[in-house]
Design a protein around this ligand. Structure first.
Ligand code: SF4
Length: 388
């Protein structure tokens, strides 16, 4: 007889908590699993850890990504290859800058070549075009031997696993995740849950994976189905079925009510005005949420500031910021103006990092409270429901 195991993914947020409670109501045995990213608020750990006490359901099993092997592999790569690359530098290249980018930056559209001829690194300037300009973008200058040695030594000093998954992932990658490179959900949540729970269960039979997503949350989720057979494991075909019991629930109040009837209080972070309680903060958090994090939990901002310094040290170009700087309209204008002129904006965590983003988050600059990144992002998060 084929074994079928129900698995509920929990994040500490309202939707996954309600999903867990619905599984308790159905009365069948199930396993519950949460991924520890190392970037959660203590209240979220407590909310997850107490679910079984409050409901009589199963204890939530934590899984955690381990980047130690990948960090040691990167150390070997840095030792072997970075120095030569830094000494060689990176040549410039032609990039297309549309007319709209000059308008966005409030710049006069140039008729003349954008940089002196001797800065084209031996290449002729491009012919002006009515819809934009080809711009010669500066490369990276070759470093001196002393400079290259310092970059390599600094990276090797910082490239050591800490056991904090989010930070370790970033020093391994040499950067923070971003909307267009949202590797965090897979590396920190989907992958570890699959490795430690889903795949071993699929080897024995079928898995029904309960995911707390609602169609009304976003355009991307609107077209999801309550049941979906996934082909994510070609060697174990047809065994993984996703079940989305909240899919047709429209209201957030209804979601909270499901948990309330089991005596499960809302994660206290909602009471502070936060709308996302997964990673704290999430790279997709809204501007007003970042301001709230700074106001009520400034230690989280201190932590991100430390992380930005560490991750920047492990980046070949010496910088990575938690939020993409173009989310701040002022920094975006600086960036666009610089790109239009083919110059690399010199970015640093001190000048463009979390502190500056927080300052922007506390203002009305930009005229509206828009998300640092769009909430309706069609990402792996919306597919798996792993991040709220
Ligand atoms: S998308 Fe947000 S909540 Fe999900 S792993 Fe990335 S930072 Fe964390």
């Amino acid at each position: 007889m084929t074994v079928t195991t129900h698995v509920v993914s929990v994040s500490g947020g309202k939707d996954s908590t309600a999903t867990y409670c619905m599984a308790v109501e159905r009365g069948m045995p199930f396993r519950a699993v949460a991924a520890d990213t190392g970037n959660e608020h203590p209240a979220t750990y407590e909310a997850v850890n107490r679910l079984h006490e409050r409901t009589g359901g199963p204890k939530v099993e934590w899984v955690k990504a381990d980047f130690a092997d990948r960090i040691y592999a990167k150390r070997a790569y840095v030792e072997k290859h970075w120095r030569a690359g830094l000494l060689a530098g990176t040549p410039g290249k032609w990039v297309w800058r549309p007319l709209s980018s000059w308008v966005a930056a409030g710049m006069a559209y140039p008729d003349a070549p954008l940089v002196p001829l001797d800065q084209y690194e031996g290449r002729a300037p491009a012919v002006p075009h009515e819809h934009g300009r080809w711009v010669w973008q500066q490369g990276y200058r070759p470093l001196t031997e002393a400079e290259a040695d310092e970059v390599v030594e600094t990276a090797l000093t910082w490239l050591r696993p800490t056991g904090v998954p989010f930070f370790d992932m970033c020093i391994w990658k040499g950067r923070f995740p971003a909307r267009k490179a949202q590797f965090c959900t897979h590396e920190l949540k989907v992958g570890p849950i699959d490795e430690h729970v889903t795949r071993p269960l699929l080897a024995k039979g079928n898995v029904i994976s309960w995911q707390g997503v609602r169609a009304s949350e976003s355009e991307a989720r609107r077209y999801l189905k309550p049941f979906q057979r996934l082909n994510s494991h070609p060697d174990l075909p047809g065994r993984l079925i996703v079940y989305r019991p909240l899919l047709r629930i429209e209201s957030v109040d209804e979601v909270f009510a499901i948990s309330a009837r089991h005596g499960v209080p809302a994660n206290p972070l909602y009471g502070w005005g936060l709308k996302r309680v997964g990673c704290f903060p999430c790279i997709n958090c809204a501007k007003d949420e970042l301001a709230l994090v700074d106001e009520f939990f400034p230690e989280q901002i201190d932590r991100l500031e430390d992380w930005e310094i560490g991750v920047s040290k492990c980046s070949k170009r010496g910088v990575s910021t938690f939020f993409n700087i173009i989310n701040d309209p002022v920094m975006q204008a600086e960036w666009t103006a610089s790109e239009n002129l083919g110059r690399r904006l010199v970015v640093s965590p001190e000048e463009h990092g979390i502190r500056r983003m927080v300052e922007w988050a506390k203002t009305d600059r930009g005229g509206r409270q828009y998300s640092l990144l769009a909430r309706d992002a069609s990402t792996v998060c919306s597919q798996w429901g792993a991040c709220e």
